[in-house]
Design a protein around this ligand. Structure first.
Ligand SMILES: NC(=O)c1ccc[n+]([C@@H]2O[C@H](COP(=O)([O-])OP(=O)(O)OC[C@H]3O[C@@H](n4cnc5c(N)ncnc54)[C@H](OP(=O)(O)O)[C@@H]3O)[C@@H](O)[C@H]2O)c1
Length: 291
């Protein structure tokens, strides 16, 4: 069963999901967005009509995807309660919020749920979503079945998140993906601080990260861990902390904190972490800000 789909929010996720589903032959019938030109562009690409507002999408689509910012979901659901068509389905794509964000629609007989692709949509063309997991959440069995079908049509894998668990689920993904970008930016700053060009610095780091993700995929935790901590190379860790302290004390403190969080992985590899612990505690105590 492939119910006609509507999109509210022609941003990164709305574009990616609508285009990929349309390419799989899933009917996309209506698109709206805050900026009408964005709705028109997406509608044109997927053979849908651009409509003036979300109420018009709800009126036409049997399954409406709310691909708007998280903070816009509940207010939109409240505004739309009057336009709700009982028996139709409305689903948002937030990772952190549950189906309850659409409660005003559920109270009017709309079947509600959420479908979160665990993938970083940064804009531009999205490659296929094979291997990507989709957190599927729908209290009703019939809608859950439809969302499993959407996931399968996109080539993804479903994962069911226990009720009340989406914030923790999404925090986990944010740590792994968003903070990888933060750490990349810090590493890039250190390399360019040595006079290395930004493009070269990025190439160095991207090559390294490609190896890390391959190791994680093939070996998992803790065996994917490499570097001085994995070998308990205390002298090298000391050199790192001193160099970072010269570059910026906050970064040195972050390094020490992350190293302390890494020690259980080092121990799990069967390495004695006693000397490392001693060094990291000394460095914490010696830090100018006490961290
Ligand atoms: N980006 C990701 O990697 C990712 C991954 C998984 C899930 N998600 C989730 O997917 C949802 C959308 O994220 P995104 O990254 O695609 O955001 P985005 O690129 O900022 O797109 C949001 C879209 O919603 C439109 N919009 C905002 N308020 C609206 C309103 N009141 N009515 C109609 N349209 C409105 C915006 O309008 P205009 O552009 O037309 O002005 C924009 O096109 C969020 O819940 C997010 O948590 C994101």
């Amino acid at each position: 069963m492939r119910p006609p789909l509507g999109i509210v929010g022609a941003g990164r996720v709305g574009n990616a999901l609508a285009r990929l589903l349309a390419a799989q032959g899933w009917p996309v019938v209506a698109v709206t967005s805050r900026t009408p030109a964005h709705a028109r562009t997406l509608a044109g690409a997927v053979g849908a009509d651009a409509v003036p507002d979300a109420a018009a999408v709800l009126a036409r689509a049997e399954l409406t995807l709310f691909t708007v910012p998280d903070d816009a979901i509940a207010p939109l659901a409240s505004e739309l309660a009057e336009a709700a068509v009982p028996g139709r389905a409305a689903v948002h794509t937030s990772g952190a919020l549950g189906a309850e964000a659409l409660a005003p629609l559920a109270e009017r007989g709309v079947r509600v749920g959420s479908l979160h692709p665990a993938y970083p949509f940064a804009g531009g063309e999205t490659p296929g979503l094979g291997r990507v997991f989709f957190a599927v959440e729908a209290p009703g069995l019939e809608l859950r079945q439809v969302l499993l079908e959407v996931t399968a049509a996109l080539g993804g894998q479903p994962i069911l998140i226990p009720a009340g668990g989406k914030a923790q689920y999404h925090a986990a993904l944010a740590i792994a993906s968003n903070y990888a970008v933060t750490l990349f930016a810090e590493a890039e700053r250190l390399l360019t601080g040595l006079g290395i060009g930004r493009e070269t610095a990025d190439d160095v780091l991207n090559g390294l990260l490609a190896g890390v993700t391959a190791n994680l995929r093939e070996r998992g935790v803790p065996d994917a861990l490499t570097g001085p901590l994995s070998r308990a190379d205390v002298g090298t860790v000391r050199l790192h902390v001193r160099a970072l302290r010269a570059a910026g004390p906050e970064l040195a403190a972050l390094y020490v904190r992350l190293a302390l969080r890494t020690l259980p992985l080092v121990r799990a590899r069967g390495t004695d972490t006693g000397p490392l612990e001693q060094l990291l505690e000394e460095e914490s105590a010696n830090a100018p800000d006490g961290t």
